[in-house]
Ligand binder design. Structure first.
Ligand SMILES: *[C@@H]1O[C@H](CO)[C@@H](O)[C@H](O)[C@H]1NC(C)=O
Ligand SMILES: *[C@@H]1O[C@H](CO)[C@@H](O)[C@H](O)[C@H]1NC(C)=O
Ligand SMILES: *[C@@H]1O[C@H](CO)[C@@H](O)[C@H](O)[C@H]1NC(C)=O
Ligand SMILES: *[C@@H]1O[C@H](CO)[C@@H](O)[C@H](O)[C@H]1NC(C)=O
Ligand SMILES: *[C@@H]1O[C@H](CO)[C@@H](O)[C@H](O)[C@H]1NC(C)=O
Length: 500
């Protein structure tokens, strides 16, 4: 059956492939069982815990403490929400008042849950070196997603991932769990909107979409339930366009970032209050907090870095996924006119480099990419690049193109003459090779200031903050752990507030 149908697209195939249907994960007998756990940094001393359940909870609660056998603190909310085509409820609780950089144990309150742990965020201004992992364009693994050669005899223990995931990006994140402190994922989760790629799903799109989301976030939970996992939107959080010949089947829950908002809207932060001694910075940070719109655009601070996450899909001129946009998705808008750009300006203007010397920006669609102009988002460049340059963003991180790329620092498509030695322009990377059903994108045509490009296997990046002046970017081959490319950006960071 499968052979007849496999990857043949078009209507005539429908009739031959109606036997099977979506493969939902089984529902636990205890409906309070937490699934799809995910943590996020939610404030200067706060971590949010998100998870899904197969029944609505009247009062989601999390017990926590600094000893695994004495969870003396408890935080609760009344936030247990769903949307029409989902069969789960998304729950969110924020744990406030955490002592920085401390191991906490937590138990999502349920008759069937276990004690897990995380390390609380570093205080802004803590200059201890640390690394973050960058994962973008990561899809579900297995029958409804992508597969690779695997050795089923291998088993992971900490965290406990499916053995078959060992040789994927999730597997590498598990193996390297002690090498990074948080994960940034600017867009394209699960690829559930690609359900139509599997013929068995063709007449069961609504269920297939939800089934893939459930599988994916369950696969991610060993990582996202251990490390803060910071999300922002990509086109696959809104796509229906790709199922052109079955558009009438596109479920409501698939459109307009519905699942993404339900899942991450209450766990991502807004912006932190400034810890600068400068009053203008405090006012600007406060404005940013009011203009922020998580999970679409927001910021946070962690040790020596200020991270701003922005939305390349909607809410700026000619946004590709916005009303009338080139992707035809008619998503958003999610803020008032110009709100996102006002947020970015206020947020970047507030950054005191004596507190957080490094500024990193994460978005989904790049404007610098190998492989030709169809990989580059020119409306994104027009909207965002001037702000990133003006406020001296050090590193800009993108995905969307399914491979790994590094560029010399550049502005306006011109390489900065200083290269990696104290440039004024941001350094750019694409880290979209994590693995998904659509496969890897070939490297394609070069861009003159490209320094590295790789599309032979699944890969992701880590960014290591060595000290106030040196940042290291490594690209890692997921299956082997091999470092594919390593570079160090030096910045003098002599200005307290960068405006150029
Ligand atoms: C309890 O949770 C585990 C894993 O989370 C699950 O496999 C099991 O089915 C659950 N048990 C019940 C009774 O729901
Ligand atoms: C997962 O795979 C890696 C490399 O492929 C291997 O070194 C490691 O031992 C595996 N983990 C387990 C727990 O088997
Ligand atoms: C998408 O959702 C936003 C926020 O809920 C809403 O304002 C907007 O009108 C929606 N767009 C469409 C096309 O339904
Ligand atoms: C930086 O690039 C923008 C276009 O994105 C351009 O308008 C601006 O003039 C450039 N600035 C410098 C100093 O080159
Ligand atoms: C692109 O060209 C630059 C400059 O010649 C070179 O350093 C880089 O390796 C090339 N990238 C690829 C992917 O071939």
């Amino acid at each position: 059956m499968d052979n007849v149908c496999t990857r043949i697209k078009g209507l005539p195939v429908l009739a031959a492939c109606v036997m099977a249907a979506a493969s939902y994960p089984s529902i636990p007998a205890d409906l309070t069982t937490p699934t799809q756990q995910r943590l996020a940094i939610n404030g200067a001393n706060a971590v949010s815990v998100g998870w899904n359940t197969y029944e609505q909870l009247s009062q989601p609660c999390v017990q926590y403490g600094t000893s695994s056998d004495s969870l003396t603190l408890e935080a609760c909310s009344t936030s247990s929400e769903t949307y029409p085509t989902s069969r789960t409820y998304s729950n969110a609780v924020t744990l406030p008042g955490l002592t920085p950089a401390t191991t906490y144990y937590y138990k999502i309150v349920s008759t069937n849950s276990s004690v897990e742990h995380f390390v609380s965020p570093r205080t802004a201004g803590d200059k201890t070196p640390f690394a973050m992992s960058i994962v973008i364009d990561l899809g579900v693994y297995g029958a409804d997603g992508y597969t690779i050669e695997m050795d089923q005899t291998k088993r992971d223990t900490i965290p406990s991932i499916m053995p078959s995931l060992n040789h994927t990006t999730i597997g590498r994140l598990a193996t390297n769990i002690n090498d990074y402190e948080l994960v940034i994922h600017p867009g394209d989760f699960a690829y559930a909107d690609d359900w139509f790629e599997k013929p068995k799903n063709l007449l069961d799109g609504r269920n297939a979409y939800e089934a893939i989301l459930e599988q994916f976030y369950q696969q991610l939970a060993p990582i996202a339930g251990r490390k803060a996992y910071m999300a922002s939107p990509g086109n696959h959080e809104a796509d229906c366009e790709e199922i052109d010949y079955t558009t009438f089947l596109c479920p409501e829950g698939q459109k307009n970032f519905t699942d993404f908002m339900n899942r991450f809207g209450r766990t991502m932060p807004t912006a932190f209050a400034s810890t600068s001694s400068n009053n203008i910075a405090k006012v600007s940070a406060n404005n940013a907090k009011m203009l922020a719109n998580p999970p679409f655009w927001y910021s946070f601070e962690y040790g020596m870095v200020h991270v701003i996450m922005f939305d390349t899909e909607t809410d700026f001129a000619n946004a590709p996924d916005g009303p009338g946009g080139s992707a035809g998705l008619d998503g958003g808008p999610f803020g008032a006119p110009n709100q996102q750009l006002q947020f970015i300006e206020a947020d970047l203007a507030s950054v005191d480099r004596t507190v957080t010397p490094w500024v990193i920006a994460g978005g989904h669609r790049p404007w610098y990419s190998t492989g030709g102009s169809s990989n580059e988002c020119s409306p994104c460049q027009a909207a965002f690049e001037p702000l990133l340059y003006k406020y001296g963003v050090d590193l800009a991180i993108f995905g969307h193109v399914h491979n790994s790329q590094r560029f010399q620092p550049a502005n306006n498509s011109v390489a900065d003459p200083n290269g990696l030695n104290d440039p004024k322009a941001p350094m750019y990377i694409v880290a979209g090779g994590a693995g998904n059903i659509e496969g890897l994108s070939s490297v394609g045509s070069n861009v003159s200031f490209n320094a590295f490009a790789y599309a032979d296997d699944f890969s992701y990046a880590t960014v290591s903050f060595k000290d106030a002046n040196n940042l290291q970017v490594d690209f890692i081959r997921s299956s082997t752990g091999e470092i594919l490319d390593s570079s160090v950006l030096y910045k003098s960071h002599t200005e307290q507030f960068v405006v150029q």
